[in-house]
Design a protein around this ligand. Sequence first.
Ligand code: HEM
Length: 545
Amino acid sequence: MGIPPAMQGLSPACVTAVGLFLIPLSLLFLFLITLTLYNLHLHPLHTYPGPLTHRASSLPYIIHTLLGTTVQHYAHLHSQYGPVVRIAPNQLSYISVSAWKDIYGVRESSGREAGKEMIKEELVFPGDDFEFFAPAKPMISCDAVNHSRHRRAVASAFSERAVRSYERVVSGMTGLLMRRLEGEQGRVDSLAHQGLLGGGGKGGGGGIDIMDWFHFVMFDITSALVFGRSFRNLEKGRYHQWVARVFPGMKLVAWSLAIAEVPGLGRFVSWFLPRKMVSEARRHMQSIIDMTEARNRAQLLNPPHQVDFMSYILPPLQGEKGTTAHLSEEELYLNAQLLCIAGSETTASLLAGAVYFLSLKENIRYRDRLIAEVRGQFANAEDITPTNLALRAPFLGAVLTECLRLYPPGAINMPRRVPVGGAMIAGNYVPGGSVVGIAQFAAYRSATHWIDPLAFAPERWLEGEEGRYAADRREVFKPFSHGPRNCVGQSLAVAECRLIVARLFWEFDVHVLPGQEGWARQKTFLSWEKPPLMVHVRKLVRERP
Ligand code: HEM
């Protein structure tokens, strides 16, 4: 065979170079074609439904994960393909009720796998640089045996009794939030009065970004409960450095899900990470160590009078610096970081979701009913406590539950790997090694489970008022997840959000500024990427009793 016409006239060295380039390229092409055909026709999941592109390759999954659009995309796919969708060659997404127990519960089947849970997929950014304290892991990432030790160690810090013991911290911070909102609105109003506010920005100026203030209060409460002293975001009216680093960090961890999809890519990416990023991560971790150490030293020297998580997690004055009967020092640091983030980001989402949904024109009657409930039930701010709210404000509870349905803080599929031997999920066999998860956002907006799924209708959750919503399949609704790894802070989250929303609407008339009707259409990188939510608050003037 002679030299192809296009290459005639090139020197032999040039021809060899082109050949050396073409051969690997052709081999790669052949490999990709074979892999695609295998994924479509021979892969153990090839019978599961899904779009051709997703069944053939991981590329759509990677692109949606990097863009932060998985949540809405899966909702769309489930509406087209039904309760289970193959979202990548090796991944299934579910929205059925029974999948909750099959994926996140303890397995009931007989045999060797009975009593075991599915394998938790670890969410860490690639490379040894981010493996702080290895082999220690935080509770959310460790294997099943270590996980139950972690849960035992922290359980008493989240009991009903413990949650009640945090009321002073939560109420104190909530009071501070109210004063800071009033002050901030006063400042903005005065600038507007002097004509010093531009008309730019969401809502045309004159508002305050309540998203920031919800982040401030939640990170302040949680840091006070983890480290015995708060980040003081509220006091300073700006993000503590540690908190500011959390948001880009979450994005990077979310991207690691996409990177993990291509074998070997993680290590490759880690070689090119800017050193500044690694040193930032180290500084971030070092401050966790310093804050945890300071808190634990305080316990040894002078037991703190304000009860916090560590009062329950550390055995009382055991004389052994920084270790508990159950957790190593390293595990304590990693869990402190986890609690700080998991306990703040999620609740801030719920608070903002509540303000947003109640502000929509079609939901004003619900906002008015909530206001009537909290203002009618409580004459003094001091009486508004989580305990009293649980007893006397059922409509508030229903509003928050409905917000969790339409805007679940843990919206992404929480991935689990099916163990060797496979498992039955929602009545069908799934082979070992497959990655599975529930798409909460899709499940909570699916017409197969809910009447009028997109309508904000708190009455769904009120006994005796459900009306046509009585046919809703509430069993699918598990915003705090299910099984041994469900949310440990669930009761605290509910208590905090009840209190803050009640105090907000008790103390202020709250108006979301116009132009933000699409606020809840957000990207997700582990959690929602929340844009500013501009509101105007007006303090209610009450006559002294
Ligand atoms: C509305 C608020 C909240 C929601 C919707 C929520 C939701 C969830 C979900 C869905 C999980 C399971 C994650 C997974 O399987 O990967 C989880 C786990 C967890 N949450 Fe929450 N959470 C909230 C508030 C809190 C609070 C206030 C705390 C503590 C202060 C907290 C601490 C944790 C921890 C430590 C885990 C890991 C549990 C484990 O691995 O055993 N969360 N949460």
